[in-house]
Design a protein around this ligand. Structure first.
Ligand code: ASP
Length: 356
């Protein structure tokens, strides 16, 4: 009898130690297979005919670097928050984009940066606006979310807080890029005509200098192995902005939003229209209240609501299942997504297959 029991017991142990690790590994792989990340590097007048092959290569390489940086975090079991931070930092550090180094200039010749981050797990959020000294503005937004009881800080106060938190502080000159500065000068030269945004868009069509002008904001959305989602966005705003203008990016629900129950969204485009449409939250609301899919909700907001009021731009969005959508109503949008290491896909124009 005792022998019989010990035989069963040994068999149980054998099964446990052989199959349990296999099952655990399978579960781990399944979780890894669910992770996904999407990024954008701004929407605007980006056309194939205005882009040199070298320039295009540079953009694609940087987008890929950003995708890989974010994916590495997810693959190692990191959070969606850490993944979007990693992806956004790569683009903030590159002068190719209007975020961090290479940001556009204000009317006064300064680079003033806005950023926001949101965690879909608990709808915690952090945002900063009009900052000029924090090397990676998205880290300032993160710090507001994690290390303060607040959601939104602006200007010198936000900079002081960032410094106190030990974030990397730079001379404002660090952000300066000559091409961007010339862009400001050209706009200012024509400014006597008091250009509004549509006049500037018209200028883009007519003047070769402005033809490749784009918004250039950067953003990322991700779902991690736990099924949590997050969104992050950083921008220099719009060239020639004044009077302390703040766009949609740091306004939670306009340019940035995340809620596990619906989706995570990061936007790029003409901020005033995105604020008025409350773009990111509107997409989430259509999913929640109208039962729409991620794609249908995003499409309605970007290609109908924004178009109706002439709001140019696009968004990237993700849900807990790893569904991704990246609609835009402008000529192009730098964008990409990744669901497996080394398999990031990047897109720029509106004529690309799988451009989502
Ligand atoms: N949405 C940004 C803003 O209006 C600009 C951009 O996306 O390029 O500040």
């Amino acid at each position: 009898m005792i022998k019989k029991y010990s035989l069963f017991f040994n068999l149980f142990l054998l099964l446990f130690f052989v199959f349990e690790p296999v099952q655990a590994q399978q579960a781990g792989n399944e979780r890894k297979n669910k992770v996904a990340l999407a990024i954008h590097g701004g929407a605007g007048t980006i056309k194939r005919e205005n882009m040199s092959p070298e320039r295009e290569k540079e953009y694609r390489a940087k987008l890929e670097e950003s995708l890989e940086a974010g994916y590495a975090v997810l693959d190692e079991g990191g959070t969606a928050i850490d993944a979007v931070i990693a992806a956004v930092k790569v683009m903030e550090d590159s002068p190719l984009f209007n975020a961090g180094r290479g940001a556009v200039f204000t009317n006064e010749g300064k680079n003033e940066l806005d950023a926001a981050i949101m965690d879909g797990r608990d709808k915690n959020a952090g945002a900063v606006a009009g900052i000029t000294t924090v090397k990676n503005p998205i880290t300032a937004a993160l710090s507001v979310m994690k290390d303060s009881p607040h959601v939104f800080m602006v200007g010198q106060g936000a900079e002081k807080f960032a410094e106190e938190q030990g974030l990397e502080i730079v001379d404002p000159e660090y952000f300066r890029d000559e091409t961007r500065y010339k862009q400001l000068q050209r706009i200012k030269d024509t400014e006597k005509q008091q250009l509004d945004h549509s006049a500037i868009l018209q200028l883009e069509l007519e003047d070769p200098y402005f033809k490749d002008r784009k918004f250039g904001t950067v953003g990322a959305v991700a779902v991690d192995q736990e099924g949590n989602i997050a969104a992050a966005t950083t921008t220099g705003g719009m060239t020639n902005k004044r009077y302390g203008r703040v766009g949609d990016v740091p306004i939670i629900g306009a340019g940035t939003y995340a809620d596990n129950e619906t989706c995570a969204v990061s936007a790029t485009g003409h901020g005033e229209y995105f604020i008025r449409t409350v773009v990111a939250h509107e997409i989430a609301a259509q999913m929640r209240y109208a039962g729409k899919s991620l794609q249908d909700a995003a499409d309605d907001v970007v290609n109908r609501q924004l178009v109706d009021i002439k709001g140019e731009g696009g968004i990237i969005a993700i849900d807990r299942e790893g569904n991704i959508t990246m609609p835009f109503n402008s000529a192009g949008m730098y964008r990409g997504f990744i669901k497996a290491r080394g398999e990031g896909k990047t897109f720029i124009y509106n004529d690309e297959d799988e451009g989502l």
